[in-house]
Design a protein around this ligand. Sequence first.
Ligand code: SF4
Length: 437
Amino acid sequence: MLIKRAATTIEKLDALGGMARDDILSRPEPSPKSSKGPKQPYTLQARNSLPGVYRAALPNGKFINLMRVMFTDFCKYDCHYCPNSTWVPRKRYGFKVDELANAFMELHQRHTVAGLFLSSGIAGSSSLTMERMVKVVEVIRKKHKFNGYIHLKVMPGADYHLVEAAASLGSRLSINIESPTPEMLSRISPMKDMQRDILDPMSWIHKLISGGHGGAIGQATQMVVGAANETDWDIFQRMEQLYSQWNFKRVYYSPFQPVRYTPLEEHPVTPMVREHRLYQVDWLKRVYRYSNDELKLAYDDGGFLPHEDDPKTSIALQNLDTFPVNVNEATRDQLLRVPGLGPTSAQRILQNRKAHSVDTWRSLQAMGVVKKRAWPFLYFPGHRPPRAKQLKLDLFGEAAREQRKAGLAATQTPETCGVATSCAGCPMYGTPGHPGA
Ligand code: SF4
């Protein structure tokens, strides 16, 4: 007789920790400095070979070991891009409330993890699943007196009182929007109603956080890029609304990867460079405070960001009449619009020129300016770049464009990578020879 044995906690952690890794809502901040890829490591790294334990970035930029786990990977929804959807035939797992709370506390007491990222598939109903997740966090907070970082996913369509409870217990909340518009969402996630299931809970969270309710300090969300044939401009419009209207801390972009057995299994993979261009625009919006009119210049006629130029360079190339800027007289905003120059180097230039004129590339490079990218756009006594007309020929000419394309082709893609099919979780991302190197 075949006796079926229940999965152990370690087996569940192994399965559900691996599934939670697909969610990128606590990845390190990608740097926009490189035109081809982020410079700093961009991945969650599995730690100590313990299932479900990853190194992740906190909202304040510090790194901690985080237990990233799903409450269950069973889901009654049929999202076309998701390995947890009803389309995929495989064994599913689920924790009990105390089992997960105790597993987390054990790892915490051994100093293996300092925080928790908890998400879930939708088992039963959104509210039932949310209620169980809230109970896990309640046990950890109230019974075990854990005061550290907890990122809690809000289930789409969960009741208000559960969202309220999540806001009072979690450090950060998130609910995945997945697609920029309701029509696009219904194409890839037919059972979800964007207004009722996602936008309404987002507005509740915003009101609860801004009203000082509980301990949550912000909300974030994630979009699947390339699954619904949306343009980069569609994504920008939604991203802009989330930051300006609801004060989102972060919007994350997850490149689409086809999942076997789903209706999108033949749909093309989204190239990593598209994801990176979206993060660069996001950065220009949040950190550099570019206006929407300026950012619009980065998009082509079809609403996509060109892959061969980073958005900051694309915008500068279309505003050549405003360059070169005089290093010794430019305002902070003017300096920030120069490719190859960021907030830190702009601040250093402003600081240094109080004492003396800046007049060599060596001193600019010591302040963090990337000469290779900045030379056509900066002017100082020791350097006078070509006039706008000649620059247009130098930078827009066919030869220059081909060169940029060749540079782009030299970077890795998921097809040539051989290590992973996605940047998320790839241990090679950011190392020499890979995007971000
Ligand atoms: S609701 Fe979430 S877990 Fe369920 S299928 Fe959709 S994306 Fe996957």
